[in-house]
Design a protein around this ligand. Structure first.
Ligand code: UDP
Ligand code: LCN
Length: 811
């Protein structure tokens, strides 16, 4: 769409004026309302009955505008359109339904139209609170292309290259940065002897010649002394070859910078030894926690992330020629009522790591320590005290400030922001899933949701943290800027309104170079292909056979599989509504062909809804029992309670692959979907939702299949067709299985992830100093919202009645 919508729409309307007048009359006939694309399409279909005529209109320029429309706010006589013509690019127009005149409007005006539907007084209040983070970004460079979104690291390297325009004095900020690098007070890279760019440049030339005279593998200590005399400190490399390479990179950057050298140089700098990762809610532990409420992929992600980061840090530190032990602390919540897990222990070493620990800090209220688990939706009143307590403990354990603080999910990100601000440390955030996009209109209808979900707190915390962060790690492109048809999770924070609370006219810009895609992997020593027979965890075989096929019903499984020869379709998830396991059960129940072809096995939740403290989990459990009865599923379906042993689970995926079955991930929306890559790593063909991350992970028909969770009949047919095809084409199943494995190797491994994230830590650490003025201004703005707004909202969230422990007994 070359011109703006305001340019092209008048002509488009004119061409079908008669029909459009009728359509717009219909749009406004019901008074104020918010229409989505599907409503607009339905009403156009009903108004223009002649199919040929309708097709002509919808295939023309008007059709293009309509199909790019995300929503329309109807406030007679106007219909205001929010048109998203490309990922990240929006136009807003208002059309007078009577005259069909079109006028461009700003995001702010569009939001006001929306507010007129839900809260007219607020919409008309000239002094309604507006949030405008964009106001601080006027001088910041921005990406221009949708296709570059999520590639911030690369872009920043380019921008930095252009800033160091080849004149030595331009490199002064880099020199200052290098001068400040140290580990526990000991200088790294250079010292005060090299306090001018020309001095540094000259010294580099001499030093490079000197180092080149040694064989490449000569240890650093053999020539350290001379370098020190010239002003060079440790950190350049462990041997002559590496030192020379790093020196050459810096010389070239000072002489004539280019982005590749820039990124490479920063990846070699000794910047990151101590990392703190905040992952607060849920039961964060290493055993028996998965599947407990609010406890799923994030725990898996973080533990795997820590191991990958530690490995990469150790390798880098060694190559830098340093003798430093890295430290990673995962800071989570200590839950006294630990439900048999280790979540009541303060410290726990992370398995298969050498220098990483879980640190648990309890939630403190005025009465003392809170004993019980609290839902992630109710977590806000505790976070400020938590940040204070965590800060003291971290400084003590790390014997100083960390080099990087990474937050996970809303709560972790907010606490990470508070601490990073306080300590002046680089901050990365990971959302895993932003809750706003999961619930339709959850912003504009926030009052309706607030008592249950406290979205007023959550969306505010998310907005604050994403703006405070120096860089944002995402798992997929869609998380940032969505797909052709669906806005991204971050994109939905660009402009939104919560009438009565604030209007975010500029929340976040998805073209901000702080966004980076670094997709997680699955631990490949656990999730490996079913064909690697010698590696398989055969000790689990009897237990898995019992789990799948015994006829007995107990508190671990109900239902049974009468025909053991059939392939199994398998799904495993937490029992959240959004995971849609009940949806899959219903599709299966309804599709006779599918029932004839395969059995269904579902893992998740447990069987007594009255025992669940989680609202959504209890409702899903009830629904599942009803479906079992309604479709008479016993004999064809096994429902297994949540499983917590990842080794056994990996063998379960492989056992399903032995049956020539498939994994099905039917979520209404899935931010990333670790189960999808676990299944693919095991060689199990995978059908996964087209809503969210899995749509990007899987190439439909090549490395698995996409299914539409909102069209159960079509999805169950697609699965049934696959199994029918497998019957006639014996190689088809293997082709899809291998396609999945290939896709994983190319894009989804932890090694790729760790390398990218450490590069981010290094380059954005420099970038924040480069832009220190702007950073400080934004920080002030953060405080302005945090203090009077977020704090007040958090106070409204009720604290559970149960008597907390006195604080002193928290350990
Ligand atoms: N999982 C598990 N047992 C269960 C349900 C889930 O071990 O009963 C694990 C699953 O193997 C995966 C993680 O929990 O590692 C779920 O991650 P995903 O990204 O699929 O979803 P999330 O729970 O994070 O929304
Ligand atoms: C949260 C989710 O909802 C999943 O989609 C992700 O896979 C998980 O976190 C790990 O990032």
């Amino acid at each position: 769409m070359a011109s703006t919508v305001a340019d092209s729409m008048p002509d488009a309307l004119k061409q079908s004026r008669y029909h459009m007048k009728r359509c717009f009359a219909r749009f406004i006939a019901m008074g104020r309302r918010l229409m989505k694309l599907k409503h607009l399409t339905e009403e156009i279909e009903e108004t223009i009955e002649d199919k040929a005529e309708r097709t002509k209109i919808l295939e023309g320029s008007l059709g293009k505008i309509m199909s790019s429309t995300q929503e329309a706010a109807v406030v007679p006589p106007y219909v205001a359109f929010a048109v998203r013509y490309n990922p990240g690019f929006w136009d807003y127009v208002k059309v007078n339904a009577e005259t069909l005149s079109v006028e461009a409007i700003s995001a702010r005006e569009y939001l006001k139209f929306k507010e007129m539907i839900f809260d007219e007084d607020w919409a008309k209040d000239d002094n309604a609170l507006e949030v405008d983070f964009g106001a601080f970004d006027y001088s910041n460079p921005r990406l221009a292309l949708s296709s570059s979104v999520g590639n911030g690291l690369n872009f920043i390297s380019k921008v930095l290259s252009s800033k160091f325009g080849g004149k030595p004095e331009d490199a002064q900020p880099l020199l200052d940065y290098l001068l400040a690098l140290n580990h526990q007070g000991e200088n790294l890279m250079i010292n005060e002897n090299l306090n001018g760019v020309s001095k540094l440049q000259a010294a580099l030339i001499v030093a490079e010649v000197f180092v080149s005279s040694f064989p490449k593998d000569t240890p650093y200590k053999d020539f350290e002394h001379k370098l020190k005399e010239w002003g060079f400190e440790k950190g350049w490399g462990h041997n002559a070859g590496r030192v020379r390479e790093t020196m050459r990179l810096l010389s070239e950057i000072i002489q004539a910078p280019d982005p590749i050298n820039m990124e490479s140089f920063f990846s070699k700098l000794p910047t990151t030894f101590n990392i703190v990762i905040f992952s607060i809610h849920g039961y964060f532990g290493q055993a028996d926690v998965l599947g407990l409420p609010d406890t799923g992929g994030q725990v898996v992600y973080i533990l795997d992330q820590v191991r990958a980061l530690e490995e990469e840090m150790l390798q880098r530190i060694k190559q830098q020629g340093l003798n430093v032990k890295p430290k990673i602390l995962v800071v989570t919540r200590l839950i006294p009522d630990a439900r048999g897990t280790t979540c009541n222990q303060e410290m726990e070493p992370i398995l298969n790591s050498s220098h990483s620990h879980i640190l648990r800090i309890p939630f403190r209220t005025e009465k003392g320590v809170l004993r019980q688990w609290v839902s992630r939706f109710d977590i806000y009143p505790y976070l400020e005290n938590y940040a204070k307590d965590a800060s003291a403990k971290i400084l003590e354990l790390m014997e100083g400030k960390p080099d990087l603080i990474i937050g996970n999910y809303t709560d972790g990100n907010l606490v990470a922001s508070l601490l990073a601000n306080k300590l002046g440390v680089s901050q990365g955030t990971i959302a895993h899933a932003l809750e706003k996009t999961k619930y339709e209109d959850s912003d504009v209808k926030w009052k309706q949701f607030d008592s249950k979900y406290h979205f007023s707190c959550q969306f505010t915390a998310d907005l604050l943290a994403m703006n405070a962060a120096d860089f944002i790690i995402t798992s997929t492109y869609q998380e940032i800027a969505g797909s052709e048809t669906r806005p991204g999770q971050y994109e939905s924070h660009t402009a939104f309104t919560m009438p009565g609370l604030y209007r975010a006219v500029s929340g976040i810009n998805v073209f901000d170079p702080k966004f980076n895609i670094a997709a997680p992997g699955a631990e490949q020593s656990t999730y490996f292909p079913f064909t690697e027979k010698q590696k398989r965890f055969s000790t689990f075989r009897p237990a898995i056979n019992e789990l799948l096929y015994s006829n007995e019903e107990n508190n671990e499984h109900i239902g049974f599989l009468a025909d053991r020869k059939k392939p199994i379709i398998f799904s495993m998830a937490r029992f959240d509504t959004v995971k849609n396991l009940s949806g899959l059960t219903e599709w299966y129940g309804k599709n006779k062909k599918l029932r004839n072809l395969v059995n269904l096995v579902i893992v998740g939740g447990f069987f007594d809804p009255s025992k669940s403290k989680d609202r959504e989990e209890a409702a899903e459990i009830k629904k599942m029992h009803e479906l079992f009865e309604k479709y008479n599923l016993k004999g064809q379906m096994r429902w297994i309670a949540a499983q917590t042993d990842k080794y056994r689970n990996s063998e379960l995926y492989r056992t399903i692959a032995d049956t020539k079955g498939a994994f099905v991930q039917p979520a209404l929306y899935e931010a990333f979907g670790l189960t999808v890559i676990e299944a693919m790593n095991c060689g199990l063909p995978t059908f996964a939702t087209n809503q969210g991350g899995p749509a990007e992970i899987i190439v439909d028909g090549v490395s698995g299949f996409h299914i539409d969770p909102y069209n159960g009949d079509e999805s169950s047919k697609k699965i049934a067709d696959f199994f029918e095809k497998c019957k006639v084409d014996s190689k088809y199943w293997n082709r899809i299985s291998e396609g999945g494995l290939k896709r994983i190797e190319e894009c989804y491994t932890w090694k790729i992830y760790a390398n990218k994230v450490l590069n981010m830590g290094s380059i954005y650490g420099f970038w924040r100093q480069f832009n220190v003025g702007q950073k400080q201004a934004k920080q002030r703005y953060f405080e302005m919202f945090y203090n009077p707004l977020f704090r007040k909202l958090a106070k409204n969230v009720p604290i559970p009645h149960e008597e907390p422990l006195p604080f002193a007994t928290s350990d």
